[in-house]
Design a protein around this ligand. Structure first.
Ligand code: CP
Ligand code: NVA
Length: 338
């Protein structure tokens, strides 16, 4: 998301809201007259999107496959065991070959450099489905979820947004993140301050849990750092927070560090007690998959939790990104989002 402007990010999120309304008719009852007109864009008709996934996925994969269907196209799941990449073929050659047959590549990789290389050599757009440094489509879903629940943060709004209406504005929020400096956090850091929100982050003091320099460089280039407080005390981080967010303490590929990490993150579990000084109406977000150590059941399954609307919104935001950045890309090129 650091590669997009704030209006471009909101354009995708608002488009996701529209696609959700027209794809799930019972969300927005339509008049008979408008029913035929109000259907999802078919911008992927006769097109194929490659899902190049080197790591496991439930939400991102299912979102991508089902969204491609709704847009009239097809997604090809290409897992690590399926194709020559990494065993018999380089990322450079793979990008050129797949890009010669498909109209977009949605890639989940290990090291972030791998997706940079795919993007460099692909003739078609490449979207990040998660890398070591970033997870942009997760933040898109989180932003949509917060806008849909704007009434929970703003007494003047009172009710959820009516069907067929644009997304409501969000009042400036304080968003706290407690946990590891993960790909999920990094896209929040380059997005929320540009949308007018403040961030408060707590991670343990060890260098391994601090923001990687290439990410912090993007944060400062975008001027986001002035709206980010960063410390090591989770109780301090959640003070006054409207939203509390966390991620797993053991990301994919870090399984060997589990014992050390459980020790280092002691005291970071999100609970009612930890968040005593948050805004009394605070809400909870988590990208999932979730482990009990980072958030207890009372919060995760309780009334503060927006985690399942958030996971539903992975589909609509990925669908919006596919429509604007794959389906319509060859019609309008880089102007698609302007
Ligand atoms: N949140 C998320 O990316 O989930 P998956 O790993 O299941 O896709
Ligand atoms: N930080 C986690 C996110 C999973 C969606 C990981 O990279 O495994």
């Amino acid at each position: 998301l650091a590669d997009l402007t704030a209006p471009q990010i909101l354009r995708i999120v608002n488009h996701a809201h529209y696609l959700k309304q027209v794809s799930v008719p019972w969300l927005a009852p339509q008049s008979k007259k408008s029913a035929r007109l109000r259907m999802p864009s078919q911008s992927l008709f006769n097109k194929s999107i490659a899902l190049l996934f080197a790591k496991r996925s439930t939400r991102t994969r299912v979102s991508a496959e089902t969204a491609a269907v709704l847009l009239g196209g097809r997604a090809l799941f290409l897992g690590r065991e399926d194709i020559q990449l990494g065993v018999n073929e380089t990322p450079r050659d793979t990008a050129r070959v797949i890009g010669g047959m498909c109209q977009g590549i949605f890639a989940r990789v290990g090291a972030h450099e791998e997706i940079e290389e795919l993007a460099r050599y692909s003739p078609v757009p490449v979207l990040n489905a998660l890398s070591s440094l970033w997870h942009p489509t997760q933040t898109l879903a989180d932003v949509l979820t917060l806008h849909e629940h704007a009434h929970l943060f703003d007494t003047a709004l009172k009710t959820p947004p009516p069907a067929n209406k644009p997304l409501p504005q969000l009042r400036p929020l304080t968003i706290a993140y407690v946990g590891d400096s993960t790909n999920v956090l990094h896209d929040m850091l380059v997005t929320y301050p540009r949308l007018g929100h403040k961030m408060r982050v707590a991670s343990p003091e060890k260098p391994a849990y601090q923001c990687p320099q290439p990410v912090w460089d993007r944060v400062t280039q975008l001027g986001c750092d002035k709206d980010i407080w960063w410390g090591s005390d989770p109780k301090e981080a959640v003070k006054g927070a409207d939203v509390v967010v966390t991620d797993t303490w053991i990301s994919m590929g870090q399984e060997a560090e589990k014992a050390q990490r459980l020790q280092d993150f002691a005291g970071y579990q999100v609970t009612e007690a930890l968040c005593r000084d948050a805004n009394p109406d605070w809400k909870f977000l988590h990208c999932l998959p979730r482990k009990q150590e980072e958030v207890d059941d009372q919060v995760f399954y309780g009334p503060r939790s927006l985690v399942f609307p958030e996971s539903d919104n992975r589909k609509w935001t990925i669908m919006a990104a596919f429509d604007l950045l794959f389906g319509k890309w060859d019609l309008a090129g880089e102007k698609t989002l302007k």
